[in-house]
Design a protein around this ligand. Structure first.
Ligand SMILES: Cc1cc2nc3c(=O)[nH]c(=O)nc-3n(C[C@H](O)[C@H](O)[C@H](O)COP(=O)(O)O)c2cc1C
Length: 209
């Protein structure tokens, strides 16, 4: 069986139900599935086919706990930059931020945390690894594994590098917890395509409904 054969879910079903999954079961992801997910990620396009990506899979419980503590600090550092200093500053109605806050408490319990690294610095390398993260999450979705894209904060960069022995030549792009969902996949809440599409000139509407 090829890696492609291991992902039989229709593309449309995966794309239209692959929402951010932040509440994860601690159950381990079989190594064969993890490998399929990463193989799919590596099928993404990149500038000049440079493939400047590296997937650091954090599975060791102690390593996950340490990274989880740094993620928690990073999450609150980002909020502090935005003038948010504690849970009371986040309205109950802001469900996305509330959910992200919970993830900051729980990320260390995800069975796998993927640090998506670029093997070089700069916007070009970062842009070239971004398509692969979508491949990764779609393949995970096809295997019933959820996760979400997150970013770290400069405050913890040096300590994450030291913890994970990430060389200075590499750039930390994303931090993705992966695991089986405690909730459900999909549906998604997105603007209609017609509202974000123009024909020939920006603002000239399509005749799509
Ligand atoms: C570039 C990028 C950065 C993101 N950063 C975070 C993050 O730091 N924490 C988090 O919980 N979710 C993060 N997300 C997930 C988004 O919040 C989520 O995809 C968005 O709210 C849409 O929700 P849905 O995918 O569940 O439909 C990020 C997504 C992207 C694409």
């Amino acid at each position: 069986m090829t890696d492609a054969d291991r992902l039989p879910m229709p593309l449309g079903e995966a794309m239209y139900s692959m929402r951010a999954i932040r509440r994860l079961k601690p159950d381990p992801i079989p190594d064969a599935d993890l490998r399929t997910i990463i193989e799919a990620a590596t099928q993404a396009p990149s500038g000049g086919n440079g493939q400047p990506w590296h997937y650091l899979l954090i599975r060791d419980p102690d390593q996950r706990a340490k990274l989880g503590a740094l993620y928690h600090e990073a999450w609150w550092a980002k909020r502090r930059d935005a003038g948010i200093h504690g849970p009371d500053d986040i309205p109950e109605s802001d469900r996305v931020t509330r959910s992200a806050m919970r993830l900051a408490d729980e990320i260390g319990a995800a069975p796998v945390i993927v640090l998506l690294l670029a093997t070089a610095h700069g916007a070009g390398a970062m842009g070239s690894v971004i398509p692969s993260v979508q491949n990764l999450l779609l393949a995970a979705r096809a295997l019933g594994v959820g996760g979400t894209i997150t970013t770290l904060h400069a405050d913890v960069d040096a300590r994450v590098r030291a913890l994970c022995e990430i060389p200075e030549s590499m750039q930390i792009v994303y931090c993705l917890p992966l695991g089986y969902p405690r909730g459900r996949f999909g549906p998604l809440n997105r603007h209609p395509a017609a509202s974000v599409t123009s024909l020939d000139r920006v603002g000239a509407a399509t005749d799509w409904d």
